[in-house]
Structure formats: C-alpha cells, structure tokens
Write a protein that binds this ligand. Structure first.
Ligand SMILES: [Zn+2]
Length: 573
C-alpha cells in the first residue's frame, strides 16, 4: 500500500481517513509505532558495539543498551540502539567488549571493608616477622590512644602454620592498643596493652561460644576466638561519624572499581545504616545496599513494621543476620565429628544458639513479622541445626515466599542436600573461600568431608538456588576472583591447578547467573535487577575481556573498564 518513500508519519495522517480494511488497520498500527519511535524521548546514555550477556533467557545476547534515567529502555542490535540517540545522549562505544549485569555481592562487611582499605594489611604477611613489622609500622602512624585494627592475618601462610601471640608484637607496641583479626573474622590477636584495657586475666572465664587461647599458666596468649572477642571489642572506642562516612565512601569507590553495583551488608551496625541513609538521601550511593543487622535485635525492625526488602532501590532493610557457629580456619565451625587435626574439638555453636530454644523463638518471631532470615552456618552440624530451625519456623508460621538463607553453607552433610532443596533454602556462598581454605581444609577435616565441601555443583544439581558473594573483607571484593574460584577451584598455593574437589566446579554462566540473578533473588529483587532487560535498573559493567570466551584460569586477570549504576557512570578506567 505505502510507497517506500512516504515517511511513516505521513502514512499515519493519511490512513486516519481511510476505511476499515483490516490489513490497512494493521499497517496503520505499525506505522503509528514507527512514528512514536521517532518522536520518543532520546536516551540519556547508550552503549553500543558491545557483546552483551543479558542474563535474560528471552534475549540472551545483544549489541547495545539504551538508558533513560536509572532504567534500561532498550536492549538490542546496534541499529535499534542507535535510534535512541539524541543530541544530548552520551554514547559509550564499547568497541566489541563484553558487558554483563552489575555484580551483586550477597555477603559483605562493607564498612569493615572500607576501613580495611586504610588500615594495616596482614593478609599476605607470609611470616611472623613480616606480621610484626607491619603492625609496628602502623602503630607509628596512629595518634596516641588510637587502636591498630583490621589486619586480616592468615596463620596458614606461615611455615609451619601457628597462631600468633602477643609476644610477637608487645615490644614494638608498648603504648598502642592492638586488636587485629584473622581474615575470617573468627579470631583476633590482642597485644598486652589491649588485654590490660579490657581487664582480661588468667581468671577470666571463656564465655559461651568463645575461647581465650591460654598458655600453661592459663594466661591469655593474645588470641581470642569468636564470642571471646567481645571482651576486647567492648573497650575499643566506637568509630566517629566522620570515620564511618569515610569508610563507606572508600568501600563504595572500591566496589565501583570492580563492577559491584549491589551489596548485601551482613551485620551492619545501626550507625552504618544511618550513614547509608544520609548518602542515599543525597543521591551519593553508587552501590545499592541491602542491610541485614543482627537477628538478636529482630524486634527493633518488627516494632516498626518493616518487612523483608523494605526501602528504596538504593537502600533496603528487613533482613536479619544470625550466627550458628564459627569458622573452619579457627576450628570453631561446628561438626558432627571431631576435627581431624584437633580431635579434642568438634567446634563451637555460637552464643546465639545457646540455648537453642532462645534462637528458635527469635527466628519464629522475626519470620512472623515478615523479616528475612540469613543465618551463618559453616560446619555440617551447624548447617543441619539451622535447617531444623528453618523447618520449625515454616511449620510455626505456615507457607510463604520467605527465602530463607544459609550464609556460607560450607560443609554440608550428604543427607542434608535434599532438605536444603525441599525447604527452598538459598545457599549464599563465597567461592573464593574454596581456593583459599582448599590449601589446608583436608588436613583439618579429612578426605571424606571435603567431598561435600563448597559443593556448588551438588547444590545446583539438587535444585538449590545459589547467591554469590565474597564475605569481603574475608575475601577480596573483586568478582573476577570469585568467578575464577567457582570455575577452576584452583587453590591459591598452586597445588591443585585442575581444581580441588574438581567435580564441584560450576560453569562461568552458572557462576555469573548466581552472582547477578541469584543474588537479586536472595534479596527479593529479581524483578528489578540482575539481568539486562527493558524496564530494569540500569546496572551494568563493561569488562576488559570476554569472560565467556576464555579459559576460566585467565578470568582472574580481567578488569572492569566501566561501571554503570542506576544509569550513571560510577567508574571508568
Ligand atoms: Zn560474613
């Protein structure tokens, strides 16, 4: 009917006066769509000439994305995206680079992370001498009365591995209090100044869920495990508001630089949430935050009537984080059978789990109030007990889309995988721990238990949903290292280049999906983010190299070129 040369708008005007031929009506409708397009609001930002992995099964691949405000308005080929350009549109030519949805780290300690960026870094201190040297250097930097904190030390890097003692650092820190944590956060070393300030002596008892490491005379050696760390923590001066704001800003900058556009902050203080709220009000957050404060304070949120995932696109609350046990590295993860290398212990249930009835009552109350439960459980018996608790909670309060989460879920008893699936529990896992702990985990728990350790493959095969994260500062925040870890399981010491327990590897696409859609699902946000699709929040990352077309072993060297959060470029290399 229409001539090729007649502009569609003209056809529309003309067709309005024509009769009701159905073919004509169809053509008219198409022409009107074309008209609407040419008159549409131009995009604020378009990214073109890219290889987009959308994560959206309905449209897996594309060449570009158009964004208006904080939302994606189009995903498609170069020509289609080109039509969204207007005079003021910013255009990013990706030059054929890979684009993926922004990474959503389902488990971070964001403020600690930001603080750690400016404090003593002991993670790669490979000997007790180097450990002491760095602490001494930091002690000279801080002002009088200020503590040396942070650290992230790793005794397993020392030959032979052994716990540090205060004697290592007392002479170089005669007046500076020191409390530096192991990288897993489940034990810390205090010097004599700190121990004295805390009033801890040989007579101080071990608290429930905690251990003071002692010498033959029962004197503390300096290492405090789990709940015993509270003895020292309670005398550390609280962060000033300025220090907290600075830490959050450092953490946000770092997140943007590695392509993390959403984080789920486990165990924030209420002051942390207040700082996020200020930044959100000022439009200064560059990563979206879901905050899960301690379950012991569940009634605070319940009293306000806050439910899971309540808030804005930038800051949400309504989740709770609890602890069932400690960590493998600190021999405080709670197992059915004793540790292979420490047969006198099976680990420790956390103080929150003692008595168990108290924990159960709190979780039932919190769930009844509509709050989401995220419980840290690492050892097989701790995981089993949390599954029991979740079963009890569901039974008490009835069926609902509640999305229980077990954080870490490291060492799962073979009998419990099916329960994980049938209770619809999300496994919120940190693959980097596998290549880190994989250096020594077999020594600690033996050849049998490692078969179901960091069992990402089995979890997926059983139909369990995974959410991926790092537990930063326990592991680096950089998602490339997590993807590398999940797909290679190549331990950091180079001793398992083809993978430690290789049958538990997952594919790059599986890991990427868990890191985006999976983490979004874990915070009830899969309709808002996690894929690159029309209508979704414009959170995406341009990568230096194509992680979908390279050997997984090279993924760890890939960097982020551009990070876009809410339609804004928040990082550019
Ligand atoms: Zn954690």
């Amino acid at each position: 009917m229409t001539s090729q040369h007649v502009p569609p708008c003209f056809v529309r005007v003309k067709s309005c006066f024509q009769a009701l031929d159905p073919t004509l009506l169809l053509l008219t409708a198409l022409a009107m769509t074309a008209c609407a397009r040419s008159n549409r609001t131009p995009a604020d930002l378009v990214i073109t000439r890219a290889k987009v992995w959308t994560g959206n099964p309905a449209q897996a691949a594309a060449e570009g994305v158009a964004i208006i405000g904080d939302r994606i308005v189009a995903v498609g080929g170069v020509d289609e995206i080109d039509r969204w350009r207007g005079p003021a549109t910013r255009v990013i030519d990706a030059g054929g680079r890979r684009i993926v949805p922004g990474f959503n780290d389902a488990h971070v300690h964001f403020v600690d992370g930001g603080r750690q960026l400016d404090s003593v870094d002991l993670k790669d201190a490979n000997s007790p001498q180097e450990f002491a040297r760095r602490i001494g250097e930091q002690a000279r930097k801080v002002s009088a009365g200020e503590w040396v904190l942070g650290g992230d030390w790793d005794d397993q890097r020392w030959t032979p591995p052994r716990l540090p003692t205060k004697d290592l650092i007392d002479s170089i820190t005669p007046t500076t209090p020191v409390f530096v944590s192991r990288y897993d956060g489940h034990m810390s070393l205090a010097n004599s100044v700190a121990i004295k300030l805390a009033g801890v002596t040989a007579q101080t008892p071990d608290p429930p869920g905690g251990t003071i490491v002692r010498d033959a005379q029962r004197n503390p050696t300096g290492v405090f495990k789990d709940a015993a760390m509270n003895y020292i923590e309670r005398v550390i001066p609280p962060m000033t508001p300025e220090q907290r704001l600075h830490a959050v800003k450092r953490a946000l900058e770092h997140a943007a630089s590695v392509g993390v556009t959403s984080v789920q902050h486990m165990n924030p203080s209420y002051e942390d949430i207040g700082t996020y709220a200020d930044l959100a009000n000022r439009g200064e957050l560059t990563a979206r935050i879901y905050a899960a404060p301690p379950e012991t304070g569940w009634s605070d949120q319940a009293k306000l009537g806050v439910h899971r995932s309540f808030g804005s696109a930038w800051l949400r609350i309504g989740a709770l984080k609890g602890y069932a046990d400690g960590s493998l590295g600190s021999t405080t993860a709670f197992f059915f059978a004793p540790y292979t290398d420490a047969p006198n212990t099976r680990g420790l249930l956390s103080d929150e789990m003692q008595p168990l009835d108290g924990m159960r009552a709190r979780l039932i109350g919190a769930d009844k109030s509509g709050l989401q439960l995220c419980i840290h459980a690492i050892g097989d018996q701790a995981i089993s007990q949390v599954l029991d608790l979740f079963r009890d909670v569901a039974k008490a309060n009835g069926d609902r889309d509640r999305r229980f989460r077990i954080e870490h879920a490291q060492h799962i008893a073979a009998k419990d995988f099916d329960r994980f699936a049938s209770l619809s529990v999300i496994a919120s896992v940190q693959p980097y721990h596998a290549i880190d702990d994989g250096r020594w985990a077999e020594r600690r728990i033996g050849p049998e238990r490692i078969k179901t350790t960091y069992a990402f493959r089995t979890l997926l095969d059983k139909g369990v949903r995974l959410a991926l994260g790092t537990d930063w500062t326990v592991a680096p925040l950089n998602p490339m290292l997590t993807l590398y870890a999940a797909t290679t399981r190549a331990t950091l010491d180079g001793r398992h280049p083809n993978g430690w327990v290789p049958e538990q590897k997952i594919s790059v696409i599986e890991a990427l999906t868990a890191y985006t859609t999976g983490s979004a699902y874990a915070e009830f946000q899969e309709n808002e983010k996690g894929t690159i699709a029309r209508g979704k929040l414009a959170d995406l990352v341009v990568l230096s190299d194509d992680i979908l077309n390279m050997p997984p072993a090279s993924i760890k060297n890939v960097t982020v070129v551009t990070t876009i959060a809410g339609g804004r470029v928040v990082f550019e290399r």
